[in-house]
Design a protein around this ligand. Structure first.
Ligand code: SF4
Length: 491
């Protein structure tokens, strides 16, 4: 428990004899959420009490996202909103953490006097002194002395990770990785957890600044991931979702070949786990071995999330990604052949600089042919420091939005057809609890639904005498379908 030094006034000592109450706001993606959970774990281990109420917090931490402009805006609005608790409430300190710090460290300090401390993505342990607690000894860790990928080294030599053009960012790249010994507090329901298996990214995508924000690709040790998954399973977690900027590169820096497949195989042997999935596959990293592994273990969800970003070869070339509709269609066909019934998810960037109507139509045509189960879209967002920033042919926000909506309309029709085809079929369902839409309904997910991102399954019929429990699995039959959501009865 934190105590004031004895020289402090008595009333202050009394105040500080209570645990420091810390409120946490986590923005952005599940990768950022895991960072928040790790920081919360460190705080709790050091005696702080976590509170969900900003009104009660002595310190508020905002873990920010800086992926695209809208995310930056949301981060800044949240910082300003939380700063009001310093002037109107009991909050004494405001700490800003995460990607926005990596991007605008000095600017935050200069322009937001309400912010007392900043913590970058590579210095999570600094959350302790930032809130006023004693910093843990830095982990003298063999876990951090990792190898690197030749591709990443080559890109580093060409300046891929340089932040020189970013005013206010420090030049040091993050290299932090948590491990199985790092305290962590899950904020997801007790039956499900994300496990970050790698951090950073070595890819050259010209619209993306994640490599500069998060550093070079680095994998957690194989045994560390397995140990964490075992501990989670012992604690009641039934579903784990492996995340990283690119999970399909897992282990390459550790000298592993088909590292993700090996890891999945090992995790599939953990008693207690029921569903294991991974997100964010890089298209040309999905190997036959990986597909065989998914197909041959019932605990590994037949679900592949492969963000393709575009389908026109000329746009993909400008994105520095490569590929195109022909090669992608063959690759999707291979996945469907190897894993019958596989659920395929992707996402696209719409309105990339210079995207002509013809190139956009190529993307639409590809979406019609590919028949994805789930599809997300991002409106292109200009990022200083990203390769695409200097490209000519920027489209207006209005044009980008109109294209994005058009693409989603195409997908809506595909999704509706695919969901209707599921009516009458039976699936295992993870019950989440009462529905937010109506108190008369329950909500759940099948293995076709990743946490938070895919549609919902509403349950409107339960056998008499059954009292369904959130976090338990039930057999269900799909009875109706909408554009994205399903209706089911427990059988
Ligand atoms: S693979 Fe993903 S995270 Fe990495 S540079 Fe490309 S878009 Fe960014």
């Amino acid at each position: 428990m934190p105590r004031l030094k004895s020289s402090a006034p008595l009333e202050k000592q009394a105040e500080f004899a209570k645990p420091l109450k810390v409120g946490f706001v986590s923005l952005g993606c599940p990768k950022n959420l895991v960072d928040s959970e790790v920081m919360m774990g460190m705080l709790a281990q050091s005696g702080a009490e976590l509170t969900p109420s900003a009104h009660e917090a002595d310190v508020i931490v905002v873990n920010t996202c800086s992926f695209i402009e809208t995310a930056q805006r949301e981060s800044i609005e949240t910082i300003l909103e939380m700063a009001r608790h310093k002037s109107n409430g009991r909050t004494r300190k405001l700490v800003v953490a995460g990607c926005l710090v990596e991007r605008f460290r000095d600017e935050i300090r200069k322009n937001f006097p309400e912010v007392d401390a900043v913590v970058g993505t590579g210095e999570l342990e600094r959350i302790l002194p930032a809130v006023g607690l004693k910093q843990r000894e830095p982990l003298d860790s063999p876990f951090r002395i990792l190898g690197s990928r030749a591709e990443g080294d080559a890109r580093a030599a060409k300046g891929r990770f340089s932040r020189e053009s970013w005013d206010g960012a420090i030049s040091d790249l993050p290299n932090y990785l948590y491990d199985e010994t790092t305290p962590r507090i899950l904020t997801t329901p007790g039956y499900t957890a994300y496990v970050k298996i790698a951090e950073g990214c070595d890819h050259p995508c010209s619209f993306c600044i994640i490599p500069q924000l998060r550093g070079k690709f680095r994998s957690r040790r194989f045994e560390s991931v397995v140990a964490e998954a075992e501990r989670l399973a012992c604690g009641g977690v039934r579903e784990i979702t492996l995340i990283g900027q690119d999970t399909t590169c897992y282990g390459e820096d550790l000298g592993l070949q088909d590292g993700l497949a090996l890891l999945l195989e090992k995790l599939a042997g953990i008693e207690g786990l029921r569903w294991i999935r991974f997100l964010y596959a890089y298209p040309n990293k999905i190997t036959s071995r990986l597909l065989e592994t998914i197909a041959s273990h019932h605990k590994i969800c037949s679900y592949i999330d492969v963000p393709l970003q575009h389908a026109s070869p000329s746009v993909l070339k400008r994105m520095a990604r490569g590929g195109g509709s022909g090669i992608f269609l063959r690759s999707l066909e291979k996945m469907r052949r190897a894993i019958p019934g596989v659920t395929l998810r992707t996402s696209f960037v719409v309105g990339f600089p210079g995207e002509t109507e013809k190139e956009f139509e190529e993307l639409c045509e590809f979406v019609r042919e590919a028949q994805f189960d789930w599809l997300g879209t991002f409106a292109y967002s200009d990022q200083k420091g990203a390769g695409a920033f200097a490209l000519p042919g920027k489209l207006s926000a209005r044009e980008i939005e109109s294209r994005r909506k058009h693409l989603m309309q195409i997908q809506r029709r595909i999704s509706k057809k695919k969901k209707k085809a599921l009516v009458g079929r039976e699936f295992d369902l993870l019950l989440l609890g009462p529905s937010e839409e109506s108190e008369l309904l329950l909500e759940g997910r099948t293995s076709m639904h990743a946490p938070e991102i895919d549609g919902k399954v509403f349950i409107n019929d339960v056998p008499e005498g059954l009292d369904p429990t959130p976090g338990e699995f039930y057999r269900c039959q799909i009875t109706d379908a909408y554009d994205y959501d399903l209706v089911a009865k427990i059988i």
